[in-house]
Design a protein around this ligand. Sequence first.
Ligand code: ATP
Ligand code: MG
Length: 339
Amino acid sequence: AKNPNGTYTVTLIEGDGIGPEIADAVKDIYAAAEVPIEWEPVDVTPLLIDGKTTLPQPAVDSVNRNKVALKGPLATPVGKGHTSMNLTLRRTFNLFANVRPCKSIVGYETPYENVDTVLIRENTEGEYSGIEHTIVPGVVQSIKLITKPASEKVIRYAFEYAKSVGKPHVLVVHKASIMKLSDGLFVNTAKEVAKEYPDVSLDFELLDNTSLKLTADPNQYKNIVMVMPNLYGDIMSDLSSGLIGGLGLTPSGNMGNVVSIFEAVHGSAPDIAGKGLANPTALLLSSCMMLRHMSLNNYADKIEGAVLKTIASGPENRTGDLKGTASTKHFASQVIANL
Ligand code: ATP
Ligand code: MG
């Protein structure tokens, strides 16, 4: 919602590891671009209540109030009985679809040219249902949960998205040849939903085949919106990032009915955290998705343009993940100069 002074308040979750460094870059660039956004930083350090990982209430209230949040990566404490906070956030706000576009950056060469893919990942269940148990010592079971309502939601979102971006082709990526019931339900749900979208074509492809074809020639996926169960989407989006230059570049949006949270695809990058080396591009491009979602397209275009120009301007202005020598701060200052 718009504030009386014409600005919008957005919840900011800076996150762990490189999170604060890349969030600083976003804040500096937004201030310089005079984006009418007021950040509301919240703490999401997990609370363990009755054995359940829980978000601090002020953070939940902030996201519910503002409806839009920008989020840095959150590390999952290992072996402390916590479920992933990323997962907890997606569940708390029912962020059922994760949209992950992946576009080649002109001026940064990789073995692939003109990559332009979009992948929509089911975000609430599947292999991430978190239902695992030991049956007897040495034998564990992990449940991949697929429900018709969640499948329908993400598939419908994919059809709507395909229509809205003028790529009227949905491709369901699955492994129903092996997971006959679970992926089978996902596939059958897509066939049902498709009846409501006569102007959008629907195809199916096996996950292994998509991996092969996407790496052989990503151009085949240019005018297609891919949709798939949770784990496949996780893997295929890292694969897609690899085609264009890595995790430092790819944005995403977690979409719900009411709330949306935008975040980079990458994790907290503990290996480079605190060193001023992180590439803030992925979070910046995520923030541009957010701006477009808020109908602040002019600001999104301005910031995206400056980011792409900076990357293309040479290795002295690129971070190490892009074979450059720039620090996070130097990169951000160049983006500001290019606004
Ligand atoms: P997490 O457990 O939080 O997912 P991770 O160990 O999986 O963390 P990722 O963040 O997924 O690490 O990163 C994988 C690799 O990519 C690391 O080597 C990391 O340094 C690099 N990387 C990820 N994001 C960035 C970034 N924004 N800038 C530079 N390098 C990055
Ligand atoms: Mg990771």
